[in-house]
Ligand binder design. Structure first.
Ligand SMILES: [Fe+2]
Length: 215
């Protein structure tokens, strides 16, 4: 038991390494049509800048072939602030834990590539605002502190990147009333149900409403 402690501690560090600090939230801002004061408080959002936006498509596979885990498809529509018009040319940078709850398999090129592990990807919306990712279902961190989640960073043309609420799976571990209350719908609601299709692939829809910018 004692010998296992350093391993657990290291695992927890690895698991938590992919998360930044969301900072204080400004719940009233979206309702008032104002920008959130904490919009750019984001650790790791620079990962959104790694891809060449001009070459991105509206679909990307985050998980390499053979990645352990249950297949998952994430899709949705990105809307302009206000939530009515599809938003074109918006880059989404996504990353997540693997089936063991770890940000494993990162590479040393950048801080984000090292910390966020190998399950990450970039897409860019077309004129219809649509996007999709192919991946595997993430697991909660090994210390079971928060729900399994997928991080989304948004990069609009000519703007600074920002985090939106993580995707979490409604009804699953950790999506408690307290967790629900802690969300402020940054980028719209990230608490989404996961359903399995006839082929056994998990499906979630995470629509996004772009935030207002403070500048
Ligand atoms: Fe995380």
């Amino acid at each position: 038991m004692i010998a296992a402690r350093p391993v657990l501690a290291a695992t927890m560090l690895l698991g938590l390494a992919g998360c930044g600090v969301a900072g204080a939230q400004d719940d009233a801002a979206p309702l008032a049509g104002k920008a959130r004061a904490d919009l750019y408080q984001c650790e790791g959002c620079e990962g959104a800048l790694e891809a060449d936006a001009a070459s991105l498509a509206s679909h990307a596979d985050m998980a390499p072939a053979g990645e352990p885990g249950e297949p998952l498809r994430i899709e949705g529509t990105v809307y302009a602030a206000g939530g009515k018009s599809p938003a074109e040319g918006v880059v989404i940078y996504a990353y997540q834990t693997n089936a063991a709850g770890l940000y494993a398999g990162g590479t040393p090129e950048t801080e984000a590539s090292r910390r966020h592990g190998r399950l990450r990807g970039w897409v860019k919306t077309g004129a219809d605002g649509r996007y999709s990712f192919g991946t595997i279902k993430p697991a909660p961190y090994p210390d079971d502190t928060i729900p399994a989640h997928v991080h989304f960073t948004i990069l609009e043309p000519g703007k600074r990147p920002y985090w939106i609420d993580d995707i979490v799976f409604d009804g699953e571990f950790g999506v408690t009333d307290a967790y629900r209350r802690s969300m402020t719908n940054k980028g719209g609601n990230g608490i989404v149900p996961a359903t399995r299709d006839a082929r056994g692939v998990w499906q979630v829809t995470r629509d996004i409403i772009l935030e207002r910018h403070p500048e």
